[in-house]
Design a protein around this ligand. Structure first.
Ligand code: HEM
Length: 508
């Protein structure tokens, strides 16, 4: 009875891995079994696949390699590809047979096929949008293709079902399952990476995706450190807890330093040359009636586009620090939750596990019982703020300076969604001072706590002013978003000018 629910062996094994433990089974080693899902959270691989992504497909799928080699705006030899001449749609309709993907046992092939069909999908429906964007004076995207042909749609839906994923391009397809090492013995820093599939084909595109991969290569340490923080809080071992918080802090700092290499790896001016193909269907003016997947259903679909909001690093830290729960109760936070469904199923389960476990163990409560632990906790919040603040700077420089399009690739309002989370973290850094008794602090921690509190307070005021200014240029950023599943209210409350400053975070 139980086995019959899982027609795919990799899915079945995945469920058994979960059922073995009342908590969550983190991989300690790289599996030897080929059916283990590629994206299974582990102490070594973290949020990367446990195997090396499959770069070339076997027969009878080689035709997909051929089409995807021909597709990018610039092919590997630098000549224009199908997307540059607007001939991708016709080419793929004619050349791609309807292939049977219903029984793929090898998890590497399964994910590679899923990645490749999502590339075909995004290139197909967004090809007209990219050409429109390049030609239009006002830098808008026009309309996308509203019907996906059966030779793409049917296999994609089958693959997505086998994986428990959405039949649309996710972050894993574009970044974390899309790399090859140049020197196989080297690490995953951008200098040693090339992409398997391209949308545009420039070095800027490679650099953009590579920075994400370079950051995620440290997620194994993150997973280990997060678990150690939870375990030491559960044991109520103060000394060990503080050591674990410090180790986690060092790991996040390393990840943040990698993030900062974006500026040199990928130029802000080049971003819009490949961004069009990352757009989704949901909350996007290019797809007012969604997209019909022919051969599957005449009911239109609405999926979010590629966004690193699907990455699991920040949501894991948010959950450990019990920040997610302190986000305001509005449609923006509902979007944050919705993003958590756009990732490998094992990652979603891991995020839920960290959220529930941190709450039941009382990570925040245990930290704030001691002033010196509280400062360490505050320093972790500061790193989350640094991540989101740098990220907001990316958005201003890579996107807002070059386009007035009102929605990000994941379908969020471009100038209000990121500040929703950033402001919450900054406010939490300020509020947590209520738990700190200065006379109990070491000299080093006293200095740190004063600096962090002052910095967050100042940044919060600047952010608030900035968003209010930007709202004048981008109307409709507080609009209702009925499409967000589970969101009951009809309208996001229009925030008063001081709302970000006044918001009372539940964290402190
Ligand atoms: C040029 C660089 C980048 C730009 C312009 C950018 C832009 C954006 C935008 C506009 C969003 C809003 C969500 C949506 O797509 O609808 C977003 C979300 C997000 N991005 Fe990026 N991004 C960049 C790089 C990165 C990198 C390197 C990471 C690292 C993993 C990252 C992680 C995230 C996360 C975690 C979110 C969710 C934010 C939150 O929870 O507050 N981004 N990004």
């Amino acid at each position: 009875m139980l086995l019959s629910r899982y027609t795919n062996p990799s899915r079945m094994l995945h469920c058994i891995l979960r059922m073995n433990s009342s908590t969550f089974k983190i991989l300690n080693d790289i599996p030897t079994e080929k059916t283990v899902p590629q994206f299974t959270v582990g102490r070594k691989n973290g949020f990367l696949p446990w195997g090396t992504p499959l770069a070339r497909l076997p027969e009878p799928f080689k035709i997909i390699d051929e089409i995807l080699d021909e597709a990018p705006y610039y092919k590997r030899d630098g000549t224009p590809g199908l997307l540059a001449t607007g001939s991708f749609g016709e080419y793929v309709r004619e050349k791609l047979p309807l292939l049977d993907v219903s029984n793929i046992k090898d998890s590497a092939l399964l994910f590679a096929l899923y990645r490749d069909y999502t590339f075909l999908t995004s290139q197909y429906i967004l090809e007209p949008c990219h050409l429109h964007f390049l030609a239009s004076k006002f830098k808008d995207y026009g309309l996308g293709r509203s019907r996906l042909p059966a030779n793409i749609a049917v296999p994609l839906v089958s693959l997505a079902k086998q994986l428990g994923a959405k039949p649309f391009m996710e972050y894993t397809c574009y970044a974390t399952y899309n790399w090859q090492k140049i020197d196989p013995s080297g690490n995953l820093d951008p200098q040693n990476l090339k992409l398997i599939r391209h949308l545009e084909g420039s070095q800027h595109e490679t650099g953009f995706a590579a920075v994400h991969i370079a950051m995620v290569q440290h997620s194994g340490d993150l997973v280990s450190n997060v678990q150690d923080v939870i375990d030491s809080a559960e044991k109520k071992d103060r000394e060990e807890f503080d050591i674990c918080l410090k180790k986690l802090l060092e790991t996040i700092k390393v990840i943040n330093v990698k993030m900062d290499t974006m500026w040199e790896q990928s130029s802000p001016k080049a971003f819009n040359n490949f961004r069009s193909f990352m757009m989704g269907i949901k909350n996007q003016p290019m797809f007012p009636k969604g997209v019909v997947y022919e051969g599957v259903s005449e009911e239109p679909t609405f999926y979010r586009g590629v966004s690193a909001a699907n990455d699991s690093i920040v949501p894991t830290i948010d959950n450990l620090l019990e920040l997610t729960n302190s986000m305001p109760d509005n449609s923006f936070t509902a979007m944050l939750r919705d993003f958590r469904t756009y990732r490998p199923i094992n990652h979603s389960e891991y995020l839920s596990y960290v959220e529930e476990k941190a709450k039941s163990v009382g990570v925040h409560a245990f930290a704030t019982q001691d002033s010196n632990s509280t400062v360490l906790y505050q320093a972790l919040l500061d790193q989350v703020s640094e991540f989101r603040e740098r990220h907001w700077r990316f958005t201003k420089n890579y996107i807002l300076k070059h386009s007035k399009h009102p929605r990000a690739t994941g379908g969020t309002p471009i100038i209000t969604w990121l500040p929703n989370q950033l402001a919450t973290v900054m406010q939490s850094i300020v509020n947590i001072q209520n738990f700190i008794k200065e006379d109990e602090l070491s000299n080093e921690n006293k200095q740190l706590y004063i600096e962090l509190t002052k910095k967050a307070d100042t940044q919060l005021r600047i952010l608030n002013r900035e968003v209010e200014e930007l709202k004048k240029e981008y109307p409709g950023q507080d609009m209702e978003f009925q499409e967000v599943e589970g969101y009951k209210s009809k309208r996001v409350q229009v925030q008063p000018a001081t709302a970000f400053i006044q918001r009372q975070s539940a964290v402190a």
